[in-house]
Structures are given as structure tokens and as C-alpha cells.
Unconditional design. Structure first.
Length: 254
């Protein structure tokens, strides 16, 4: 190739690069504009979530009516023990990150690669809220990208307290059981505000798979190990006293 030919090739390269960049930016803009609005969640509460619709469709396909136990309560009417237990179990750095816990995601990726299957997701409470509110539980890359983008919007437009309140009121806690109030009444026949430490730890321990595990099961080694970890971290952070810790472990048979 002579010098004249080389000079002519540069404009072609940059035209292709510019076109690719333009298409990428256009795709990104379209992608962002198709995301659901979240600003209304500042003052309003959802009447139904994508997960609830998904469960209803699952039930319909099986020829039955979906069970739905759900009662929203403000954060002030949820036991502090449950709030703390869920934070430790699901998103230990919730009040420190801006929607993504990169260290947890790295550890989850390493664990999944080591075992050659998906064992851990590394999702934060914000990401889980985004998924439950707006998305079906598929594992394709487009859904994961939408989940991440919605999480960014939630963190930018809602307070941490509001995100946590929405999450605790919408998360599944069993077949057709949604939110802390329904969970407390279904599993322990009491309101969410009255949950004891041991009850709160049991509820937190079955997340994020309450269809597989039971809050009343005291024989499952995996659940018992998780419950000990939750209680120990609460004690180490001085959220609870030694006497309260000992009593909770005794009530859980640990």
C-alpha cells in the first residue's frame, strides 16, 4: 500500500467508528427511555408487582388460582430485628453502596466459576427490588441489564429508607406470601412489629429462596449455619446484647 492509499483509508475508518458510536449511543438512549418510571414510588405504593403477575400466570397454567397474602406496613411497623437480619443476610453494605456491591458480585462470580454453576447472585436489595417490581425472573442478559439500569434509577430517585421499605413489603416469603407483615402472620401468627429476634433471623435465613426453605425448619444444617452467622454479626456490631443473642440461639435450637 502506498502513502496515498493509506491516507485515503483513514476517513473510512473514522466514518465507521463514528457510525458505530452513534448507533451505540442511540441504542443506549432508546434502552434508557424504555425503562419504567420509578419517581412515583416516592409517595405511591404498587398495587401489584411483576413477580406477583408471574406467580399468578404460573398458577393459571396449573389450573389453580394464585394465593396472595399481602399487607403493606410502614417501616416503623416492622421489627428492627427483622430489618437488621435481612440487611445482614441479603445486603450487608446496603447503606454504603449506590445500588451495586461490586465485592459481593466478584465473590459470587468466583464461586460460580469454581463450581461451574450459578450458586450465588451477588444482587443487592436495590437490584432485587428492581427485579421484583418490574421484571420476570429470567436469566438472560437483556433482563440483567434492565435490572441494573432500573436499580440505578431507584437509587437516584428514592431514598435508602424508601427502597428498604418497598423491598420489605414486596419480597416473597413463601408461596403467595408477600412482605414482612404477611410473612410474620403466616409463619409466626404475629404482626411484623412483634417479631422476636429468633423469628426475625429465621425469616431472613430463608431468603432469597423461601419456596425451598422453611422458617420453621430447625434440622436444615445450611439454614442453621446461616442463622448463626446472622446472629453473630448482630452481636459483633453491638446491635444486640449477649443475653439476647444467647436466648435467640436457644430458641432456634442452636
Amino acid at each position: 500500500m502506498n502513502m496515498n492509499e493509506k491516507k485515503k483509508s483513514w476517513p473510512v475508518f473514522w466514518r465507521i467508528a463514528a457510525a458505530a458510536l452513534t448507533l451505540t449511543l442511540l441504542f443506549g438512549l432508546v434502552f434508557w427511555l424504555t425503562l419504567p418510571s420509578v419517581s412515583w414510588l416516592k409517595k405511591e405504593n404498587p398495587t401489584e408487582t411483576a413477580m406477583m403477575k408471574f406467580r399468578a400466570e404460573q398458577a393459571r397454567q396449573k389450573g389453580r388460582r394464585a394465593r396472595r397474602l399481602w399487607k403493606r406496613v410502614p417501616l416503623s411497623r416492622i421489627s428492627p430485628y427483622l430489618i437488621q437480619s435481612v440487611l445482614i443476610a441479603e445486603d450487608d453494605k446496603f447503606f454504603e453502596h449506590e445500588g451495586f456491591d461490586w465485592e459481593s458480585m466478584r465473590k459470587a462470580l468466583e464461586a460460580n466459576i469454581t463450581k461451574r454453576r450459578v450458586l450465588r447472585g451477588g444482587s443487592t436489595i436495590t437490584q432485587q427490588l428492581a427485579k421484583n417490581l418490574f421484571l420476570e425472573p429470567s436469566q438472560n442478559i437483556t433482563r440483567k441489564l434492565r435490572e441494573a439500569a432500573i436499580a440505578v434509577k431507584l437509587e437516584s430517585e428514592l431514598s435508602k429508607k424508601r427502597i428498604l421499605e418497598l423491598y420489605l413489603n414486596l419480597i416473597e416469603w413463601g408461596d403467595g406470601v408477600y412482605g414482612a407483615e404477611a410473612a410474620a402472620r403466616s409463619w409466626f401468627s404475629c404482626p411484623a412489629a412483634a417479631l422476636t429476634l429468633s423469628q426475625a433471623i429465621r425469616l431472613a435465613s430463608i431468603l432469597p429462596n423461601p419456596h425451598r426453605f422453611s422458617a420453621l425448619d430447625t434440622a436444615n444444617a445450611r439454614m442453621n449455619r446461616k442463622r448463626r452467622i446472622i446472629a453473630a454479626r448482630m452481636l459483633r456490631r453491638r446491635w444486640i446484647e449477649q443475653e439476647t443473642y444467647d436466648q435467640a440461639l436457644a430458641e432456634m435450637g442452636l
